[in-house]
Design a protein around this ligand. Structure first.
Ligand code: VGL
Ligand code: ZN
Length: 200
């Protein structure tokens, strides 16, 4: 068992990020049993769930643009994705094999139609908080381990924000899978290492 000050954050293990999903991550479903086993070691488990309204500004279809192209938003560059994780859809549901019972909290994100939200802590403006920081601090958490999908987007953004907030952060790479768009996985790894995130 890990000490009580050490929480587990399980990022976006949802059908749309698994094979046959709308934004499938190769091998996304292969981490589910390992994540289930890991949850038993943590007193505090938080799940995140990408949870977009239809017509979200991060969807390529909203702009008549090509999926995986980039667009300048008021808050900076934004990759445009296939429609995914629409609130209440099967694609937005957690993978059926994921044991959600140990989770104390589910953070839903990406609900603001105008701003995407990769990180469990902040929207992509890097300023609007989800409340996770306060929740963790309120429970005396100083250290987090992060696993899930996708390594180079929601996992990396969450890890970078956690490190910036002063949490000790470990990402378990074997329990993550990446989208890897134009070198995004290598870039994310380098950024995490530079921020003091341990990649195990
Ligand atoms: C994610 C792209 C768009 C993720 C979510 O979970 O990494 N990536 N929305
Ligand atoms: Zn999304």
């Amino acid at each position: 068992m890990k000490p009580a000050h050490h929480a587990l954050i399980v990022v976006d293990i949802q059908n749309d990020f698994c094979p046959d999903g709308a934004l499938a991550v190769a091998g996304g479903d292969s981490i589910v049993s390992g994540v289930n086993a890991l949850m038993g070691k943590f007193a505090t488990v938080v799940l995140t769930q990408d949870w977009h309204p239809a017509g979200h500004s991060s969807f390529a279809s909203t702009h008549g643009a090509a999926p995986f192209s980039e667009m300048r938003m008021s808050y900076g560059p934004q990759t445009l994705w296939p429609d995914h994780c629409i609130q209440g859809s099967t694609g937005a549901a957690f993978h059926k094999g994921l044991n959600t019972d140990p989770a104390a909290l589910v953070i839903r994100k990406g609900m603001n139609p105008a701003v995407d939200s990769y990180s469990a802590f902040f929207e992509n403006d890097r300023k609007t908080a989800t409340g996770l920081e306060g929740y963790l601090r309120g429970r005396g958490v100083t250290e987090v381990t992060i696993v899930g999908l996708a390594t180079d987007f929601c996992v990396a953004y969450s890890a970078l924000d956690a490190a910036r907030l002063g949490f000790k952060v470990t990402v378990l790479m074997d329990l993550c899978r990446a989208i890897d768009l134009g070198g995004s996985l290598d870039a994310a790894k380098a950024q995490m290492v530079a921020a003091g995130v341990a990649l195990d």
